[in-house]
Design a protein around this ligand. Structure first.
Ligand code: PDD
Length: 293
């Protein structure tokens, strides 16, 4: 453990020493791809899936992947080993590099910028787990490739800030009257004991946690459907959940100031969420105990 918790273009170094050019296309144009990988007990969770999604994003923005999966794993495991904390969040970014001029068109003969760093994994607080979180809704103003995990996140930044300004934890977005996702999360609806998830297409990011939740639902025989979710269904849900690599599976208990759910359970984390969260924790604990995880 030497505290070299960052990697930049072939070198391991302390994060404070990692420097890039102001002409980097990630900085100028948001021209890059990224991933956030949760790490439990120094074992990355679903790393193969994160690396596959990175490949999908790189293919989608026509940026050759600078590393194969084995090389990526070696880099990720190296920064994990350098940290003095066991539960981590590893950030990976690849941009189209820094040219000597500013031009939107792809540069020729320019090396990509490759940046990885690890920080402590910040999961929801006990209070958030017990009470759930409040969210607001907004019209989804993003572009037509929300399935790509690019660093061009300005719309997500504006959406997240709307939530912060309203004293809420997240903004849920709707496009043409249908649920897409959160500013930095996927959203699930529970209606009459059935878990509903919006379909994966250009309107939302294919979440790694989203996949785990649907796999766990299938494994435990919990009814679930993947289909478009209309605004009215969102607003009359029995339960709402938010999922992401760092937030895991979290109850949304207030939407636009209204309690989520009905009867005595309104405004409280629901029974199906509690079961899913337990399954999720058991699953990542099991994975992080396995030597080949
Ligand atoms: N965000 N949708 C969006 C727009 C996201 O930014 C994220 C994750 C997700 C959930 O994906 P996953 O389950 O693979 O984490 C969905 C990360 C954590 C971030 O940008 O910090």
């Amino acid at each position: 453990m030497t505290g070299k918790t960052a990697y930049l273009n072939g070198r391991y170094l302390p994060l404070a020493e990692a420097k890039i050019s102001p002409l980097d296309r990630g900085f100028l144009f948001g021209d890059g791809a990224y991933e956030v990988v949760p790490v439990y007990s120094r074992r990355p969770f679903r790393l193969d899936e994160h690396l596959r999604r990175l490949q999908t994003t790189l293919d989608g923005i026509r940026l050759p992947n600078p590393h194969n999966a084995e090389e990526w794993k070696a880099i990720v495991l190296h920064v994990i080993a350098e940290a003095d904390f066991a539960d981590q969040s590893v950030y990976i970014e690849v941009t189209r590099g820094a040219d000597s001029k500013r031009d939107q068109a792809f540069p020729i003969g320019v090396a990509p910028t490759i940046f990885v760093f690890t920080s402590p994994l910040i999961t929801p607080t006990l209070e958030q787990r017990e009470s759930g979180i409040a969210v607001i809704s907004a019209v989804d103003i993003r572009w037509g490739r929300c399935d790509l995990k690019t660093v061009a996140l300005l719309a997500n930044v504006l959406m997240r800030q709307l939530a912060v300004d309203a004293g809420c934890a997240e903004t849920i977005m709707l496009r043409d009257g249908y649920l897409t996702e959160g500013a930095a999360s996927n959203i699930f609806v529970v209606q009459d004991g059935v878990i509903l998830a919006p379909p994966k297409d250009y309107r939302m990011l294919s979440g790694i946690t989203y996949d785990v939740v649907l796999e766990l639902a299938a494994q435990h025989g919990m009814p679930h459907q993947v289909r478009p979710i209309a605004e009215a269904e969102l607003r009359s849900a029995d339960e709402l959940w938010m999922t992401s690599s760092t937030k895991e599976v979290l109850a949304i208990t207030t939407l636009d100031g209204q309690p989520v759910g009905k009867g005595t359970g309104a405004g409280k984390p629901g029974p199906i969420l509690r079961r899913m969260y337990d399954w999720y924790c058991a699953f990542h604990d099991e994975v992080s105990r396995r030597a080949d995880a």
